[in-house]
Design a protein around this ligand. Structure first.
Ligand SMILES: *Cc1c(COP(=O)(O)O)cnc(C)c1O
Length: 463
């Protein structure tokens, strides 16, 4: 199994190389050269398996000979052992033919744990084999950083440094980053905003001597292994609703297009997904693009669903690559236009192909709040604001004979203020982390100056 760049000018890599590399050297994203298919019988045989067994069968063809069956099975087992629900991704019913896929039972209460926990174990296994260590550095506005810390804490081959804007993440998010006790975890509170954190990380990657010295690595949402991990729950959900005999649709609260793109891969593998609905908050570049064919940035506007507050959706490039017949040069041209002019027009042919698969909708802040209120009183469910965006958009599409599954991307207790404002009740943290607010915090306060951050990293890494 080889991986190629969406911009067509970087070397093809194996699974483990693509995973450790992240972004391709031509600026593109890695995608599998061929998407392996599961037959109807293969899909039917997933029924009744544990999440881990299904994960093994769905992901195995993508991994090639990077790991043996036994190694890969162990990696999956370790990745999901810390989840707070035996089903890992259970479903509940919201209304007639409308289901909620709960992806928030991982250690940081958001769906990103599915990918991060797996990537932590994949990195550890591959680096140990190679006898190497890396330094993971990331900037976060909240969710990704805590998921990364949870995934890498205590691993031998990795140090993890997460930069977050001091005073600008929620208390739950901050404590998830500052309370792990393992020596390889380093939470850095930056005096500045999220853009300052992101700029510092970008500058570190551009500082080649430093980058090589500490062997910097990234695990951002464009990493192919993260997308792959998310393909699994589309299979488990669809099979439990009757696939492959019955088709299923999904509505996905979307920011960077990683999660919904995983649904697209599941469909290409042969899972009978009828529609994939992209649900956005008022940061709606994807919804506008699917409606008009114009992909154009419009600045970020803060919402109560902050993990979807994005200016551009980086993983969308992977979908464009396919609908442009895998023409890397055409994709590179669109991305150049995006950089130079803030947007581009999708060709009619490509737009038609996107619309054959993807629908879209947008929820305003008022609609999101009203959906949280209504779900609590009419559906017996407390929704996080991201999930509420999905539920609102799913309902607006009209739910007919095909079952609709909306992805619940975070636990309501991660966003207690918004949920309390809409329902009158403050959602409690699950028992297994009820003492989060009693645990001691460990954090280093830093200025946004690149050299002082680099000095701290040099001093702290275990060589
Ligand atoms: C990251 C995130 C999203 C958006 O997912 P993408 O893969 O970026 O589209 C939605 N909801 C929550 C809670 C998230 O953390």
């Amino acid at each position: 199994m080889r991986y190629i760049s969406t911009r067509g000018r970087a070397p093809a890599l194996s699974f483990d190389e693509a995973m450790l590399t992240g972004l391709a050297r031509d600026g593109g994203l890695y995608v599998p050269e061929d998407v392996p298919a599961l037959s109807r019988d293969d899909i039917a045989a997933l029924a009744g398996l544990s999440y881990e067994e299904a994960a093994f069968r769905v992901m195995r063809p993508f991994v090639g000979d990077a790991f043996t069956d036994a190694e890969f099975g162990d990696i999956i087992a370790r990745a999901y052992a810390g989840f707070g629900h035996d089903a890992r991704a259970p479903m509940v019913q919201l209304g007639p033919n409308h289901f909620l896929l709960e992806l928030f039972h991982g250690p940081t209460l958001a769906f990103k744990d599915f990918a991060m926990q797996l990537i932590g174990q994949l990195f550890e296994a591959e680096l140990t084999r190679r006898g190497e260590r890396v330094t993971i550095v990331g900037a976060t506005s909240g969710d990704t950083g805590s998921a990364a810390i949870e995934a890498f804490r205590g691993l031998d081959a990795v140090d993890v440094f997460i930069l977050f804007p001091e005073g600008r993440v929620s208390d739950v998010q901050r404590r998830q980053m500052t309370t792990p006790v393992e020596a390889n975890v380093h939470a850095l509170a930056v005096k500045g905003d999220f853009d300052d954190c992101q700029a510092a990380v970008k500058d570190m990657f551009a500082d080649f001597p430093f980058r090589d010295e500490v062997r910097l690595a990234a695990v951002n949402s464009i990493n192919w292994a993260r997308v792959l991990a998310q393909v699994v729950y589309y299979f488990t959900a669809a099979v439990s609703l009757g696939a492959p005999q019955r088709g299923v649709s999904f509505t996905v609260p979307t920011g960077n297009f990683g999660d919904v793109f995983a649904g697209y891969i599941a469909r290409r593998m042969g899972l009978p997904i009828e529609r994939l609905i992209v649900a956005t908050n008022r940061n709606d570049i994807l919804h506008r693009c699917l409606e008009t064919g114009e992909y154009r940035t419009a600045g970020v506007s803060p919402t109560i669903s902050p993990s979807m507050d994005i200016q551009v959706s980086s993983n969308f490039e992977r979908a464009l690559f396919d609908v442009y017949d895998r023409d890397g040069r055409a994709v590179a041209q669109l991305m150049d236009e995006l950089k130079a002019a803030g947007g581009f027009a999708v060709s009619q042919g490509a737009l038609g192909r996107l619309r054959d698969i993807f629908g879209s909708g947008r929820a305003s802040e008022d609609e999101t709040r009203a959906t949280i209120t209504r779900a609590a009183s009419r559906m017996g469910e407390t929704l996080c604001p991201h999930t509420a965006v999905g539920v609102k958009v799913a309902e607006e599409q009209g739910i007919g004979a095909t079952p609709m599954v909306t992805l619940a991307t975070a636990h309501p207790a991660k966003f207690p203020d918004a949920v309390e404002a809409a329902t009158g009740t403050r959602p409690p943290l699950p028992d297994r982390m009820a003492d989060l607010f009693e645990r001691p915090e460990r954090v280093t306060s830093v200025t946004k100056d690149l050299h002082s951050i680099e000095a701290i990293i040099r001093e702290r890494i275990q060589t």
